[in-house]
Design a protein around this ligand. Structure first.
Ligand code: HAM
Length: 428
């Protein structure tokens, strides 16, 4: 019988867990640097909450089930509906702007392609209740900082900035009916993922005429903000917002990471303003992260209307990119101490040394049984533990021990008595 994990789901063996923790550490450190507080919610939610405002694609991908009391439940495919639910239930009591982050595992029954699994961990950063474009700038600043912590630079990735509101203004200026707007957005989000013929077919299924389809595809050819501006009579708020974002980001010194891209639209229903996605510069991978401004989600789920902005940043694509850039080292040395002993007669001394070192805050892996030196040291090599102490009868008799640096080969001798009197071990 083959009990592999279900298709699209991952095991994390210790070496892979180290990589995952490195990614999580970068996410959490960046979130805290930018003043976000951590929260969490259940992985199982009511199906209705998760499907009300998300968009067709995610609804098709939902893992849902009925519990023993016939409740329709589902595994969360994203965190945003849970965030909205939590905010709504304390909407009057919370302090705004609220800046929250979390690192939930999300589940989507996806067609498996590069960068897509059926579960992933997704760093979420959201600011609720602030209209200023400073909110977009802070969220993007934190996400870029996390990628920098992982060792990536402006040469490795770019954040592409679009705007649904700007697109709506362009639609209006071009004479396209407003009713087409949202369905058209969801189709346009598929550009680059399916062929142009398929895009045209989908738009025509949304009842756009051939002329309208041509106009929409022409809008997708816009290459700069000034080109977009030239199609509009005045400079609307949508253009000002994008300009403001670029100027704040320039002030933070992170301006080089941003590019304007009208074709960034996002596949979820709830976005209403600036939207963005980060991609590797060689465009070999899917989006590293994506998000944007959403004005109506809270009201759509029964709360008071409150503008929000946020992003989701998965662990899968960034892991692939880090590997391609040579930033992942599975062979990391453990900086702890490995302690072994020859016979049961030396066990007590080894236990005492281990305890004293642990009391000093050092990571100690103490052998569970006596071992011959050869076996002990070869195990230490395999475990890649930097320091080792091996206790034989001589050590017990003299009340001393030697710490060996397995990487440099240097040795330092200590008296156990010194340790008991509080002498601190300096491993370097
Ligand atoms: P999303 O674009 O659906 O947005 O997902 C955000 C990120 O999660 C993607 O850019 C990708 O890194 C990762 N991701 C999504 N699906 C998968 C998958 N099947 N396998 C691996 N990684 C995946 C959202 O989910 C929004 N709720 C984000 C948001 C938060 N917007 C506002 N606040």
């Amino acid at each position: 019988m083959d009990f592999a994990p279900p298709r699209g789901m991952r095991d994390f063996y210790p070496e892979e867990m180290r990589v995952r923790n490195m990614i999580f550490d970068a996410w959490k450190k960046a979130a805290r640097l930018y003043g976000f507080e951590e929260y969490d919610a259940p992985v199982v939610e009511s199906e209705e909450l998760l499907t009300r405002k998300s968009g067709e694609e995610i609804i098709d991908q939902i893992y849902h089930f009925t519990d023993k009391s016939n409740r329709r439940l589902a595994l969360r495919p994203e965190m945003t509906p849970s965030l909205a639910r939590m905010v709504i239930s304390r909407q009057k009591m919370l302090t705004y702007p609220l800046k929250w982050f979390c690192t939930p595992q999300c589940f989507r029954y996806e067609r498996m392609t590069k960068g897509r699994k059926r579960e992933h961990f997704q760093w979420n950063l959201d600011i609720v209740g602030e209209e200023s474009i400073m909110a977009e700038a802070e969220v993007l600043g934190a996400a870029i900082t996390a990628l920098k912590f992982m060792g990536l630079t402006a040469r490795d990735f770019k954040v592409r900035i679009g705007s649904r509101r700007l697109l709506a203004d362009l639609f209006q200026a071009t004479g396209l009916a407003e009713t087409h707007f949202l369905p058209t957005c969801l189709v346009l989000d598929k550009m680059g993922k399916i062929t142009e013929t398929e895009i045209k077919q989908l738009l025509s299924a949304e009842k756009l005429t051939d002329d309208e389809i041509t106009k929409v595809l022409e809008l997708m050819q816009i290459r700069s903000l000034s080109q977009a501006s030239s199609l509009l009579k005045s400079t609307p708020k949508s253009i000002q917002d994008v300009q403001e974002l670029f100027s704040i980001m320039a002030a933070t010194g992170l301006g080089d990471f941003l590019e304007f891209d009208i074709s960034i639209i996002r596949g979820l229903d709830y976005y209403t303003g600036i939207v963005f996605e980060a991609f590797d510069t060689d465009r070999q991978f899917r989006a590293i992260f994506g998000g944007g401004r959403y004005d109506n989600l809270l009201s759509a789920l029964g709360g008071e209307k409150m503008t929000s902005i946020g992003l989701g940043f998965g662990d899968v694509v960034v892991r692939e990119l880090l590997e391609a850039k040579g930033k992942i080292n599975l062979e990391v040395t453990n900086n702890g101490v490995f302690i072994g002993y020859m016979d049961l007669a030396q066990r007590e001394f080894a236990v005492k040394i281990a305890q004293s070192l642990r009391n000093q805050g050092l990571d100690v892996n103490l052998s569970l049984v006596p071992e011959k030196p050869k076996k002990f040291f070869s195990k230490g090599d395999k475990l890649k533990i930097r320091y080792s102490i091996y206790i034989g009868p001589d050590e017990v008799n003299s009340g001393t021990f030697t710490i060996k640096n397995m990487v440099t080969g240097t040795e330092k001798n200590y008296a156990y008595g010194q340790l008991v009197q509080g002498s601190v071990i300096d491993l370097n």
